[in-house]
Design a protein around this ligand. Structure first.
Ligand code: GLY
Length: 397
């Protein structure tokens, strides 16, 4: 009996992992349009739930509870950024007004130096706002944020310190930190001091040296001794084990090195990105719908929880990597990104209008080992999903 139930559950898991399209035969053009129409109505709904001084984080379906967090939380820039992506496609003035309001709320972060997340917080938000509006005030805020982030650069280890010293780590640097380099490179290439890009390059080089395993998967955390500059240990925080490939960490690395190649044209970064893509796309534990389990070596695969946020980040990164790839690689990356976008657009992963606290996607996993944010909507999954859809529309339609 138990054997039969397990068999049935396994069959259901495989069927779910093979579901690929929301509407069979739907063109990417239609799929992208449909997603932005839904995003507009979902975020109009989310606006009504968002407290005046906080930013949306997630939604607990069981308790019908919308969750928002203080502005120094690492994700505070994703709500404004998502609103800008929606406004850019729909020209909905209500969405623009909320995007401007939410920027004002997080503006004080420009002088925040408490962690390494300023790039996520201030570039995903003000970066998109400036790109769309050309408002110089936004540019000034991005410049000031880059200065704040640069205070966390530690010359003795040639890297930006991610978190402050704590009971577990001395000077932790996490793979996620690759994402914050975009703001530094952007400032240097848009009239700012060259020192920011130098810091980004130093950090990216140190990360290549110390974060990666021979198969191009990455450790989550590398802890350094600031006096000697030596690595103390390599570990995880949100992954299944110190040596396991935490899915979102692989996504951050892929996106980070692709972006570093965009700014520097250094082939070492391009090769790194291609090798990370190979690790992800050829991994035997990547399901057919290409939405990764929360860790590529999570216990209980194929029953382990998925991470839609990792999938969205991977799709967005692959769409950029296509631009720097040879025709064979391009075909592989583009097709994988399309599978991800179609999977995320099906009823398994995408919410119906008026549900899910206004979030677009379901089934992301934040920090499994801490029993936190498991199988829930997360604001950054929506952000990178819309970014990927925009990239597909701009570059491949
Ligand atoms: N620390 C950022 C993340 O959870 O991916």
């Amino acid at each position: 009996m138990i054997k039969n139930i397990l068999l049935l559950v396994a069959i259901l898991a495989v069927l779910r992992s093979n579901a690929q399209t929301s509407v069979p035969g739907q063109s990417m053009r239609e799929l992208i349009k449909e997603n932005f129409v839904l995003a507009d109505s979902q975020y109009r709904y989310m606006m009504s739930l968002t407290p005046a001084d906080q930013m949306p984080q997630s939604f607990e379906e069981k308790n019908n509870k919308f969750i928002a967090k203080e502005i120094t939380w690492w994700c505070s820039g994703f709500y404004p950024g998502t609103l800008w992506y929606i406004y850019e496609q729909t020209h909905d003035e209500a969405i623009k007004k909320e995007a401007e309001r939410s920027l004002q709320v997080i503006e004080p972060n420009q002088t925040y130096t408490g962690n390494h997340d300023l790039g996520f917080m201030m570039y995903c938000s003000f970066g998109n706002a400036y790109r769309i509006t050309n408002n110089e005030k936004y540019k000034d805020i991005i410049f000031r944020s880059a200065q704040s982030l640069s205070t966390r650069y530690r010359p003795s280890i040639k890297a930006i310190q991610s978190w402050n010293k704590n009971q577990y780590f001395n000077c932790p640097v996490i793979i996620d930190n690759m994402m914050n380099l975009e703001m530094l490179c952007w400032v240097s290439t848009n009239g700012g001091d060259k020192k920011y890009e130098d810091i980004a390059i130093a950090h990216a080089n140190t990360t290549i040296k110390n974060h990666f395993r021979p198969d191009y998967s990455s450790y989550h955390v590398v802890d350094y001794d600031l006096q000697t500059g030596m690595v103390i240990r390599k570990a995880t925080w949100q992954g299944a084990a110190n040596c396991s490939p935490w899915a979102r960490g692989q996504a951050w690395g892929l996106y980070g090195y692709t972006m570093m190649y965009r700014f520097t044209k250094n082939k070492m970064y391009l090769n790194q990105a291609k090798n990370i893509a190979k690790f992800i796309l050829h991994n035997p534990n990547l399901p057919a719908d290409k939405i990764p389990y929360w860790d590529f070596e999570a216990p209980l695969i194929p029953f382990a929880k998925r991470d839609a946020s990792a999938a969205a980040i991977i799709a967005s990164a692959l769409l950029e990597l296509c631009r720097y790839a040879n025709p064979v690689e391009k075909k592989e990356y583009l097709s994988a990104a399309e599978v991800i976008l179609r999977s995320l657009s099906n009823d398994t992963y995408r919410a119906k209008a008026g549900e899910n606290g206004g979030f677009i996607l379901k089934h992301s996993t934040g920090a499994y080992p801490f029993n936190s944010e498991i199988d829930v909507p997360l604001v950054y999954a929506d952000y990178y999903f819309l970014e990927a859809l925009k990239r597909y529309k701009d570059w491949y339609l």
